[in-house]
Design a protein around this ligand. Structure first.
Ligand code: SF4
Length: 323
């Protein structure tokens, strides 16, 4: 991953407002290989924490993006570690949070929580103001089916790690559950999951379903009706439970070079065609420009639930970022 892709946005987030993203993990180092992952197949599937980029380099990328956002009249409500991999695999996470703290902007981390049993990981995350942790399953068999964890991860240890972190963390703790039709949405699974969430007591618990193309083509989203039924069932135990539906993609803007901005955003967040065209119109570009990126192998077009999405093409894009 190139240095100019270390920071992206700001992009609109329903939970965080206008969020400037940090992508500090090369695609796609992760401890999980979730069936619904939208950033491609996990490789390597690893538990080895390591250094990827110097913390100062990330801080410089953030400062550059903040300055461009300011010039474009864009607010930044949060700086979010949302890489296309698992952020706690980065040994520099704690140092990066410490360097960014003086900016006085909410520091958010979106993690799968699989390494929270590790005291060093928890210590790093304590430097954030807002942490979102993934809780997709409450039974080991379902966890293995939906998250496809690294073979040396223990389900009990992962759940205990999340409990411990929840008890230690003084900031805003959010849980995120992605429901896949026929995989982790049975009534029995939802009831046990709600028990776990009630124990962890997050400030907010979000239920979602894959609304963007997933790594496994058989993955299906829950119909809205089923998602709301599930939410109502769990809300009896977890009143702070909310649903993440098909959010309108409004508020995406280009602050710098269109190609760099679009590649950086689509590396972690596939965008609908209509969203990209609206962003490009502001720069006097349109469908031919988009098509050229597809032909050149920088972007990949995927049709999902009747809508065309565009993703950074990791396989072909690495060598073809520049015109
Ligand atoms: S969804 Fe997140 S945790 Fe799951 S494989 Fe993708 S990057 Fe890893």
């Amino acid at each position: 991953m190139s240095a100019e892709m270390l920071a992206f946005g700001p992009v609109p987030s329903r939970r965080l407002g206008n969020s400037l993203g940090i992508n500090h993990i090369p695609a796609k180092y992760c401890t999980y290989a979730c069936v619904y992952c939208q950033v491609g197949p996990t490789h390597p599937l690893t538990l080895r924490r390591q250094t990827f980029f110097p913390a100062v380099e990330v801080a410089r990328a953030v400062a550059g993006k903040l300055s461009r956002a300011q010039h474009a009249g864009q607010n930044v409500d949060a700086i979010t570690f949302v890489p296309d991999g698992e952020p706690t695999l980065d040994l520099n996470l704690g140092e990066m949070l410490a360097i960014l703290k003086p900016l006085g902007i909410t520091l958010a981390v979106i993690t799968n929580g699989s390494l929270m049993w590790n005291a060093e990981v928890r210590a790093a995350l304590l430097g954030a103001n807002w942490v979102s942790v993934k809780v997709d399953a409450a039974h080991e068999r379902v966890w293995r089916a939906v998250n496809r964890p690294h073979g040396r991860l223990s389900f009990e240890q992962v759940m205990d790690g999340i409990r411990t972190f929840a008890a230690e963390f003084q900031g805003t703790l959010v849980t995120e559950t992605m429901l896949v039709d026929g995989v982790n949405d049975s009534d029995a699974e939802i009831d046990t999951l709600a028990d776990f969430l009630a124990e962890v007591q997050p400030d907010e618990a979000w239920l979602g379903t894959p609304i963007r193309p997933a790594v496994d083509p058989w993955v299906r989203a829950l119909p809205d009706e089923r998602l709301f039924t599930v939410a109502r069932r769990a809300q009896a135990q977890v009143p702070v439970l909310r649903t993440l539906g098909a959010e309108p993609e409004s508020g995406f803007v280009l602050t710098g070079d269109p190609l760099d901005d679009i590649l950086a955003i689509t590396a972690v967040h596939p965008l609908r065609e209509e969203t990209l065209l609206a962003m490009l119109r502001a720069r006097g570009e349109g469908a031919p420009w988009l098509e050229a990126q597809v032909v050149a192998g920088r972007l990949r077009r995927i049709s999902y639930r009747g809508t065309d999405f565009y993703l950074y093409d990791w396989e072909r894009g690495k060598e073809k970022r520049k015109p």
